[in-house]
Design a protein around this ligand. Sequence first.
Ligand code: ATP
Length: 274
Amino acid sequence: AVDRKSKSRTPSYMTFEDIGGQDRAKNELKEALDFIIKHEDIKRLGIRPLKGILLEGPPGTGKTLMAKAAAHYTNSIFVAASGSEFVEMYVGVGASRVRDLFKDARNRAQKEGKDSAIVFIDEIDVIGGKRSGGQHKEYDQTLNQLLTEMDGIHTTDSPRVLIMAATNRKEMLDSALLRPGRFDRHITVDLPDRKGRMHILKLHAKNKPLEESVNLDKVADETFQFSGAQLESVMNEAAIYALRDGLEKISQQHLSLAVDKVMMGERSDREASR
Ligand code: ATP
């Protein structure tokens, strides 16, 4: 499966401890996963298996990290794709890619001796948007294939498959995706609050030399409404400023400059997209 994100920004191995803030979302997710792990009880009581978990929230808040941590937590294979990868000019290609993704997950689980797999689909709204009624046949077929895969999951399956998906536009999703037995568990992954920002900054400062006088609390104050991805950028840009100044350690001023830079970058992105 294609997993572009992990190649660029996210390490492939991820635990819930590596995710800053998001306490409520992490707890909700763990609770859902604990339920899945109690597999024998679920079978015994004839409970409908949990098939789909939808993570929703603004970009860069850690939804992909959550899905990866979920795979680690449940000792599952992790395969990922982004909704936009299924969009092709030719009818049928998207649907066959969906099929391949699930096949790949099952094959890998078998090969690696794991009894579960998590299939993560980022930007699910690209294929899971409200169906067009024939106008966009390709998108409809891709979504239908995903629904078929979900409906084909049973409690007795080996390996068990759990589908996680992420979106920042839940209201755009086709109601067929949200029905019971499909993505019926929703977890909101919001922008971090001050405490969350502090936690994320600390995580991303771990491998960076900071001057003793640096006060990360001040950075947490200056980064109201920053996402985790932006906070990661702040730490990275600050390190680049230190390098440019020929210094061994990152100073408070480097951090403040980095905050401005990330804030400006965000503003120009927004203006460009208008
Ligand atoms: P998108 O909606 O754009 O797909 P996302 O919510 O899936 O974004 P991630 O891809 O999980 O966001 O996060 C991008 C990067 O931002 C991560 O690799 C990590 O470096 C950083 N990051 C985001 N959130 C957190 C967090 N809560 N704790 C630590 N790092 C974070």
